[in-house]
Design a protein around this ligand. Structure first.
Ligand code: C2O
Ligand code: CU
Ligand code: CU
Length: 484
C-alpha cells in the first residue's frame, strides 16, 4: 500500500482498561478505544504535531471541558487530560481533532480513531465479539507520485469539501476484509471522510442489515436495499457468511446518485476528481480466506428504545430553527459564522430541558421557480454567459448537502421533510435513511429539513453544533450553543 506521511497521536491514550487499547497495525488511524458504560476513563493526550489541536469524542455525552471545544486547543508539545465517566449507550463512536480552521487537514492527515462503547443491555444480546466485531472506517484520500497524501488543491476543493480519488478502509489502500466463511460478523462502518457521502450496497444485490447507528443499537434489525452514510455517520451492519463457501469475494459498492451534477459547474478551477460524489465505485471487498463455525445469530429484537416522548418537549410546535446556507461566500448558520466563544439567545438552552430543533438546509430554496430544476436550463448555471461568475458559483454552492452534527447529545429523528428536495435525487436515495435509534449527525440534502428531539442534561457550558463537511466546518459553518 501507499506509504503515508501522517500525524499520529503520540503519548498515552490511557483508558480504564489498558488491554483494550489495540495497536492499529499498518494504518494511520489512532487506536480503537473500547470502554464500558459506567466506566471512568482517563486519557492523557499529548499534542506532538507541529500545530494547535484538541481531541473531541464524537457522540459522547461529556462535560464541556472534556468535549474538545476549539477554545481548548493546546500547543505543540502540550498535554491535555481528559477524565470522564462513560454515560453513553453501547454504540460506535469516534474521536478526532477539533481546532477551528484545521479540523479538515488534521483528520485528513490521520487523526481519527474509533471509540466503542458497550453496556449491559448489549452484552445480553450476544453479538459478535473479538475477531467477529470488525471496524470498517471508510475514507477517501488522494496521493501524489511519491504516495504522499495530497489535500486541498484548489479553492473549489475547499468550498465544496475535499473529495479524494481513492477509497481507503481502516487507513489502508488494500480495502480487503479477510473474513471466515461460515461465520457472522458485526461490521462497524464509520464514514470518516471529510465530505464524501456514500450510498452503500452489496454488489450481489442482497440487502444491508443494519443493527446500530451512531449512538445506539436499533430496536430491531433493519434491512435496506442500500445505506446512505454521510460524513461522521456510523452504522453497524450484520454480515452473515454462514452459507458462503470459502474463497468468495463480496463487494460493497457505492451506487450512483445525482448529487455531483448539482455542483457540476464547480468542476472548473481544477476542482476535478476522478471519483466524483455520487459516482459508482468499489468501496471494499470481503474475502473468505478460511472457514469457521458460527457462534452468533441475529436477534430479532435488539434494544429497548425508550425514545424521548415528543410531548415532553417545551417547543414541539415551535422548534428552534437553524438554517445552514451559503451567504456571500461564507458558510453560515442562521446567517452567522464561527466565533470562538460567541453565542446568541437563540443558541442558549436550559439544563434539564427537552427540545426540538429543526435543522434546515436552505440550499434549494432559491432558483426553484423556473420549473423546480436546480439544474434548470440556464437557471442556476449562468447558461448563456459561458463563464461562471461569482453569483453562478454561489448558486451552485448553495446546492450543497450539509451533514449536521450536534455535540453533547444523542437525538431522535422525528421527521425529515423532503418537500424541497430535488425529486430525482430523493428517488435515488430515499430508502437509505434510518430514523430509528439515537443519532448525533443528520445528513441534510439540499432543501431538506430534519426535526430532532433531545434532552440537555447533566452538564452546563459551551458546546458546538456544526456542519460535518470538515471544510465547511473549518470555514465557519459552526456555532456554539450554551447550556445554562
Ligand atoms: Cu465529529 Cu464536532 O465533530
Ligand atoms: Cu462531535
Ligand atoms: Cu456543509
Amino acid at each position: 500500500g501507499p506509504k503515508t506521511k501522517v500525524w499520529v497521536f503520540e503519548g498515552d491514550l490511557i483508558t480504564g482498561d489498558k488491554e483494550a487499547l489495540q495497536a492499529s497495525k499498518g494504518s494511520y488511524l489512532g487506536p480503537t478505544i473500547k470502554v464500558r458504560k459506567g466506566q471512568k476513563i482517563r486519557i492523557r493526550f499529548q499534542n506532538n504535531i507541529p500545530e494547535e489541536t484538541i481531541v473531541h469524542w464524537h457522540g459522547m455525552h461529556v462535560p464541556a471541558e472534556d468535549d474538545g471545544h476549539p477554545q481548548d486547543v493546546i500547543h505543540s508539545g502540550e498535554t491535555y487530560i481528559y477524565e470522564y465517566e462513560v454515560m453513553n449507550r453501547a454504540g460506535t463512536y469516534w474521536y478526532h481533532p477539533h481546532p477551528h480552521g484545521r479540523t479538515g487537514p488534521q483528520v485528513y492527515n490521520g487523526l481519527a480513531g474509533l471509540l466503542l462503547v458497550t453496556d449491559e443491555e448489549e452484552q445480553q444480546l450476544n453479538l459478535p465479539k473479538g475477531e467477529f466485531d470488525r471496524p470498517v472506517v471508510i475514507q477517501d484520500r488522494s496521493f501524489d507520485e511519491d504516495n504522499q497524501l495530497v489535500y486541498i488543491q484548489s479553492r473549489m476543493d475547499s468550498m465544496r469539501g475535499f473529495l479524494g480519488d481513492k477509497i481507503l478502509i481502516n487507513g489502508n489502500a488494500e480495502k480487503v476484509l479477510n473474513l471466515k466463511s461460515g461465520c457472522a460478523y458485526r461490521l462497524r462502518l464509520l464514514n470518516g471522510s471529510n465530505s464524501r457521502i456514500y450510498k452503500l450496497a452489496w454488489e450481489d444485490g442482497s440487502p444491508i442489515t443494519v443493527i446500530g447507528i451512531d449512538g445506539s443499537l436499533l430496536s430491531a434489525p433493519k434491512e435496506l436495499p442500500y445505506l446512505m452514510l454521510g460524513p461522521a455517520k456510523r452504522a453497524d451492519v450484520w454480515l452473515d457468511l454462514s452459507d458462503k463457501p470459502e474463497g468468495i469475494r463480496l463487494t460493497m459498492k457505492n451506487e450512483s446518485f445525482p448529487l455531483e451534477v448539482m455542483s457540476g459547474g464547480m468542476m472548473m478551477e481544477g476542482g476535478e476528481t476522478s471519483l466524483p460524489q455520487g459516482s459508482e465505485y468499489e468501496v471494499f471487498t470481503v474475502k473468505t480466506t478460511s472457514s469457521g463455525s458460527n457462534e452468533y445469530s441475529l436477534p430479532q429484537q435488539l434494544v429497548k428504545s425508550n425514545y424521548i416522548d415528543p410531548s415532553t418537549a417545551e417547543n414541539l410546535n415551535n422548534p428552534r430553527q437553524f438554517s445552514f446556507a451559503m451567504d456571500h461566500m461564507d458558510w453560515t448558520i442562521n446567517g452567522r459564522t464561527w466565533q470562538t466563544t460567541g453565542v446568541v439567545d437563540e443558541e442558549t438552552v436550559k439544563l434539564g430541558s427537552t427540545e426540538v430543533w429543526e435543522l434546515i438546509n436552505s440550499s434549494a430554496m432559491m432558483g426553484n421557480d423556473s420549473g423546480g430544476g436546480m439544474m434548470g436550463d440556464g437557471g442556476m448555471m449562468g447558461g448563456d454567459e459561458g463563464m461562471m461568475s461569482g453569483g453562478d458559483m454561489m448558486g451552485n454552492m448553495m446546492q450543497m448537502p450539509h451533514p449536521v452534527h450536534i455535540h453533547q447529545v444523542q437525538f431522535n429523528i422525528l421527521e425529515r421533510d423532503v418537500s424541497d428536495v430535488d425529486s430525482q435525487l430523493w428517488e435515488a436515495v430515499k430508502e437509505g435513511f434510518i430514523n430509528d435509534g439515537w443519532q448525533d449527525t443528520v445528513l441534510l440534502l439540499p432543501g431538506m429539513k430534519a426535526r430532532v428531539i433531545m434532552e440537555f442534561k447533566d452538564f452546563k457550558g459551551l458546546f458546538v453544533y456544526h456542519c460535518h463537511n470538515l471544510e465547511h466546518e473549518d470555514m465557519g459553518m459552526m456555532r456554539n450553543f450554551k447550556i445554562t
